[in-house]
Design a protein. Structure first.
Length: 250
């Protein structure tokens, strides 16, 4: 475990905060760390900034993520990692498709050749829209409060995806599943970063497994070919207590 001190925080949206910190460690875009708050628990987090300083961008869901969102400069937390494979970044024009806090793992890929679909349930939950020039960003909200009224896979119908060398996707699994189906129909080259229940983060407990693939070790990034036909992707997952539950695809 490495002790980290929060250097600076920035609010990205309601209940979403970026925590900047110093960590002299090389990290690839798409890799993740396990963040431990003593007395509360340990959760996986992508790095939203991988240079100096580094950062995590956290959306509050439960006790650990809420405590991170409440964190102030000078407060301490513990990390281990980096873990996972990260994205395979090819030169050329790229499209990022991020849903909610999923944009955090995609942000380190962004360069001058990158367009982004940024989506959220509603306008107030959109993050990182200020990190892309206006002509490179497409916004989608479930309720139509900003940008396109609908889901990212529906917005894809309005774009010519053949101009992109590769498409990188991260967000809730129902969104990933629908985008995967759409991009398969379009024969696009794509990588997806998955978020599953994680305990060990290093390939021992199998709580992150999706149809025989361990997200912490073999992922969290998978190619479209690896996910197509996977018997659990977009269908079911294991909870923290080990129970199998079915995903709400609404
Ligand atoms: C590889 C990886 C990278 C991740 N990167 C990020 C990141 O960069 N930023 C970030 O904010 N989160 C990220 N997550 C998700 C994050 O780990 C979870 O939000 C966190 O584990 C929640 O823990 P908790 O103790 O706060 O909430 P819990 O008490 O575990 O959960 C509270 C409730 O929220 C639900 N919930 C938990 N997580 C999610 C979720 N992601 N989506 C919808 N509902 C959820 C639970 O089912 C439960 O009902 C990542 C997950 C993985 C596997
Ligand atoms: S989190 Fe334990 S095997 Fe992946």
């Amino acid at each position: 475990m490495i002790k980290i001190v929060a250097e600076k925080v920035r609010d990205e949206a309601k209940n979403v905060r970026t925590i900047f910190f110093r960590w002299d460690q090389e990290v690839r875009a798409g890799q993740f760390i396990m963040v431990w708050l003593p007395g509360l628990g340990e959760i996986p987090m992508s790095l939203s900034y991988i240079g100096t300083p580094k950062a995590i961008t956290v959306k509050a869901y439960g006790s650990v993520s809420q405590a991170l969102v409440d964190m102030q400069p000078g407060q301490e937390f513990y990390i281990r990692g980096p873990y996972g494979n990260g994205f395979q970044i090819d030169p050329g024009r790229k499209l990022l498709i991020g849903g909610g806090s999923g944009m955090a793992s995609l942000l380190p890929i962004a360069d001058s050749e990158t367009d982004a679909i940024i989506s959220a349930k509603t306008k107030d939950e959109l993050i990182f829209t200020d990190r892309f020039p206006e002509n490179r960003i497409f916004i989608a909200t479930d309720d139509g409060s900003a940008g396109f009224h609908g889901f990212p896979h529906e917005l894809l119908d309005k774009l010519d995806v053949s101009v992109y060398r590769k498409i990188y996707v991260c967000g809730p699994e129902p969104m990933l599943y629908r985008v995967m189906q759409k991009l398969s129909d379009l024969n696009a080259s794509a990588e997806f970063s998955l978020e599953r229940t994680m305990k060990c983060g290093i390939g021992i407990c199998d709580s992150c497994s999706v149809g025989g693939l361990q997200v912490c070790k073999q992922g969290p990034v998978f190619t479209i070919e690896q996910l197509r036909g996977n018997p659990e992707f977009g269908i079911s997952r294991t909870t923290y207590s080990g129970k199998r539950v079915f995903l709400n695809m609404k």
